[in-house]
Write a protein that binds this ligand. Sequence first.
Ligand code: FES
Length: 132
Amino acid sequence: MASGNEQEITDSLSWRLIGPASELSKKQCRLMFSSLGFGSDVCLFYVKGEFFAMDARCAHSGGPLCDGDIEDAGGILQVFCPWHDYDFNLRTGQSGTGLQQRVYEVKLEDGSVYVKHTSPLSLRPFASVQKS
Ligand code: FES
């Protein structure tokens, strides 16, 4: 059976290879660029031994969630947007404000991190959507 992991079809939900877990776990958050552009970029968080993926631009007004503080509130991990301090649950994307941030499934396979997303993701900007 074909695994399908050699195909990168934009606009279909697929597992996207991000990189080795040993490297990605060295930082609390990395920005993953989307081939769809700025508004679709994703944060990859590594907190307390677990990876989480969430849209990188805050659902409120687009703040950079990768730069937010992370707190453990009774076992619930939250990121606080650096712009207006709204909270977002890293696992569900829900905020106490009622806003919902989109989150994505993450899996580890053979030491690599994969994120399920509609577009290819990269730790470096895509040439076609690169901002100068
Ligand atoms: S832009 Fe994130 S809380 Fe306002």
